[in-house]
Ligand binder design. Structure first.
Ligand code: AMP
Ligand code: FE
Ligand code: FE
Ligand code: ZN
Length: 286
């Protein structure tokens, strides 16, 4: 059994359509793939309709959240949510709010860059996004690559789009404990995404993870491309102590990141534990 529980399509900042993504998952020999676009479930229906025989799809999302870091500050955290009822009013409302804010924020970042003379067209950038798609910095990064301002998405992040850059704007993300509670009320389960991806920016302490676990968090994403072997061992230890499910996933974004779908996978026993805790939706296909 090969299981990858974290991927992105054109419904957010991936480059494969949901249909292409499930085809890529099957070609990579996966048995189970979760679609976890940022702050949207719009990819679920087209991915389900295009499921190749033998592949199962776990409907999910990656929620943009803010959390205390355990040292008196706040940090951005990403919360993977699976198998929740996507018609939950409070979830639908919060995702609408976040997607509107994502568009507004990307537009303002692009306008600042244009005002400083960069060759970028903010209105065109937004017009080119698929309808309802969650806008993200990778879209602006790709536009900067196309305009020849930088030679890669990584360079765009390093020079202009990272948290330390004057062009970077924050969003008003969902408090993570509120997001965990909303997903639970909708019958779903939550996994903290890439908890110790320190290269991306500041992360939470183990104490914060313990607090989230006591407020209904089900799992930790341990095997992730942004975690080195020492970090994985550290997280596995925390998960064991707190009796949390552990997952492994690629965080595939198509051509926007140089990693392969299925390059990290989840242990089938851990997957069963995760699925058996959810009541809000069902795994599709098979
Ligand atoms: P946003 O959702 O707009 O805050 O942008 C964050 C997204 O950008 C993440 O979900 C990743 O997909 C992507 N990302 C973050 N850092 C990098 C990086 N250094 N290189 C490429 N993509 C990145
Ligand atoms: Fe992303
Ligand atoms: Fe993430
Ligand atoms: Zn992701």
């Amino acid at each position: 059994m090969r299981i990858d529980l974290h991927t992105h399509s054109t419904a957010s900042d991936g480059s494969d359509s949901p249909e292409e993504l499930v085809a890529a998952a099957a070609r990579a020999g996966l048995d189970v793939v979760a679609l976890t676009d940022h702050d949207t479930t719009f990819g679920w229906a087209p991915a389900t309709a295009a499921l190749p025989p033998g592949l199962r799809l776990v409907p999910g999302a990656e929620l943009s959240c803010v959390s205390p870091d355990g040292n008196g500050r706040h940090v951005t955290v990403h919360l993977l949510a699976y198998l929740f009822d996507d018609t939950s009013d409070e979830l639908v409302d919060e995702q609408l709010r976040l997607r509107a804010e994502r568009r507004e924020r990307l537009l303002r970042m692009a306008v600042m860059m244009r005002e400083d003379g960069f060759s970028v067209d903010p209105e065109l950038l937004l017009a080119e996004l698929p309808e309802n798609a969650s806008a993200g910095r990778p879209h602006l990064a790709a536009a900067l690559v196309r305009a020849g301002v930088v030679s890669s998405v990584d360079e765009a992040f390093a020079r202009y789009l990272g948290a330390g850059s004057p062009y970077h704007l924050r969003r008003a993300d969902t408090p993570v404990r509120r997001a965990i509670e909303m997903i639970r009320r909708a019958g779903g389960v939550t996994v903290l995404a890439h908890p110790f991806a320190r290269a991306r920016g500041p992360v939470v302490t183990a104490g914060v993870i313990a607090d989230l676990a006591s407020h209904g968090l089900t799992g930790l994403e341990v095997n992730h491309p942004d975690h080195d072997p020492g970090t994985r061992a550290e997280l596995a230890g925390i998960a064991r102590e707190l009796d949390l499910v552990t997952t492994g996933s690629s965080d595939y974004h198509g051509v926007h990141k140089s990693l392969r779908i299925g390059q990290e996978t989840t242990d089938p026993e851990q997957f069963e534990r995760l699925v058996s805790s959810a009541t809000g939706n069902h795994v599709r296909g098979g």
